[in-house]
Design a protein around this ligand. Structure first.
Ligand SMILES: C[S@@+](CC[C@H](N)C(=O)[O-])C[C@H]1O[C@@H](n2cnc3c(N)ncnc32)[C@H](O)[C@@H]1O
Length: 326
C-alpha cells in the first residue's frame, strides 16, 4: 500500500531541478519535426493545488518554485521552465500573478508536446491514477495513463514507434527496493531502446541505498551520461528529510552540460538554505568544470573509461526515513 503523495512536495527544490531539466530535454526533442514519445513511469497526479491543506502542510513550494517565481534575475534557461508554470497558472483561470498551482511532469509534457507526439504515463497509487487520468482526459489520443507498476510497464512501450523518446523514472523511494529496481529497469530499457534519453531522479537522504545509487548508475552500460545534484542544506541531525536531489541522465542533449554549468550556481544561490548548499556535475566523458563559481563545489572530472573507484560518503545515520520526506 503506497502512502506517498506528491501533493505534499509539489514545487519543492527537487521538483525545480527535475522539471527545469525536463523542459530542457523536451525542448531538445522539439527541435526536430519527427514525433517523440515521453514516458513517465511514476507520473503522479499531473496537477497540484498549492493553496490547499496538502501543499500548505509544509509549504515546500515556498523554498522551491516560490523563490524562482519572485526572482528578478532569472537566467533565460530557467525562464522557460518558470514560463511553463506561469502558463499553467494562467490556463487554469487563477490570477496569473499569483502562484497557486503547480504542473507535474505529465502536465509539463502536455504543454510542450505537439499533435504528433505521445505521452505515456504509469502510476500505481489507486487514487493518484484516477486524478491523473482525469487530468489527461481532454486529449486521449496524445496522452494516456495506465494504472500499475511503472518499473514493469516501461518495457511495454519500448522502443517507441518513432524511435525518439524520453523516459522519466521518478519513484517516490518509499519502498527501499526502488533503488535496486531503478537500476534493473534502466539496464533492461537500454537493451530495448539504447538510443533513448532517460532521466532518473534520486533523493539525497541519509540512507545507505540512496548514497550508493549514483555510483551504481554510473556503471550502467551507457556511453553518454550526465549526473547533476543540487544540495540545498546540511542533512538534519536526526537523519530524516531530503537535503538535496540528483538527476542521472542517459543520452542527454549535447547542450545540457553547458547549460547546467551556467545555471547551477544561480540555483545554489537561490535555493540554498545554508552553507552546505552546492551542486555537482559529472559526465561520462567530457569534463564538466567551471572552477571558482561562487557557492559551488568543483565538478568532478570523470574518465571515459568507467571505474568504480569513487565510493560514496560513509553512511552517517543508521536509522533512515522510509519516505522521501517524513
Ligand atoms: C515523485 S512522484 C511523481 C512525480 C511526477 N513524476 C512529477 O514529476 O510530477 C512518484 C509517484 O510514483 C508513484 N509510484 C510509486 N511506486 C510506483 C510504481 N512501482 N509504479 C508506478 N508508480 C509508482 C507514487 O504513487 C507517486 O505518485
Amino acid at each position: 500500500m503506497l502512502s506517498y503523495r506528491h501533493g505534499f512536495h509539489a514545487g519543492n527544490h527537487a521538483d525545480v531541478l527535475k522539471h527545469f531539466v525536463l523542459v530542457r530535454m523536451l525542448r531538445h526533442l522539439l527541435q526536430k519535426e519527427k514525433a517523440f514519445w515521453f514516458v513517465d513511469t511514476h507520473a503522479g497526479a499531473a496537477q497540484y493545488a498549492l493553496n490547499d491543506s496538502t501543499a500548505l502542510k509544509n509549504a515546500e513550494f515556498e523554498t522551491g518554485i516560490g523563490r524562482l517565481w519572485r526572482a528578478r534575475d532569472l537566467p533565460p534557461v530557467l525562464a522557460d521552465y518558470v514560463a511553463q508554470v506561469r502558463s499553467f497558472n494562467t490556463a487554469t483561470g487563477t490570477d496569473p500573478a499569483r502562484l497557486r498551482r503547480y504542473p507535474g511532469s505529465p502536465q509539463i509534457a502536455m504543454q510542450l508536446a505537439r499533435a504528433q507526439d505521445r505521452i505515456r504515463c504509469f502510476e500505481k497509487h489507486t487514487s493518484e491514477i484516477r486524478v491523473l487520468q482525469k487530468n489527461l482526459a481532454d486529449d486521449p489520443r496524445r496522452a494516456t495513463a495506465v494504472a500499475g507498476d511503472g518499473f514493469e510497464l516501461l518495457a511495454s512501450v519500448l522502443p517507441p514507434p518513432s524511435r525518439r523518446g524520453l523516459v522519466l523514472i521518478d519513484p517516490s523511494y518509499e519502498d527501499k527496493h526502488d533503488y535496486r529496481r531503478v537500476k534493473q529497469t534502466l539496464a533492461d530499457a537500454l537493451t530495448r531502446f539504447a538510443t533513448g534519453s532517460y532521466a532518473v531522479w534520486y533523493p539525497q537522504v541519509m540512507r545507505r541505498e540512496a548514497m550508493l545509487m549514483p555510483a551504481s548508475l554510473h556503471l550502467l552500460p551507457a556511453a553518454d551520461w550526465l549526473d547533476v545534484t543540487l544540495t540545498v542544506k546540511v542533512p538534519s541531525d536526526d537523519g530524516y528529510g531530503l537535503h538535496g536531489s540528483g538527476l542521472f541522465i542517459i543520452n542527454p542533449p549535447w547542450t545540457l552540460a553547458a547549460e547546467l554549468r551556467d545555471v547551477m550556481p544561480w540555483l545554489v544561490r537561490t535555493l540554498g538554505q545554508d552553507a552546505a548548499a552546492r551542486f555537482t556535475l559529472e559526465t561520462s566523458a567530457a569534463p564538466a568544470r567551471r572552477p571558482g563559481a561562487p557557492g559551488t563545489a568543483p565538478a568532478l572530472r570523470r574518465p571515459a573509461v568507467r571505474s568504480p573507484a569513487r565510493s560514496p560518503a560513509p553512511v552517517r545515520a543508521p536509522s533512515v526515513p522510509r519516505r522521501r520526506v517524513p
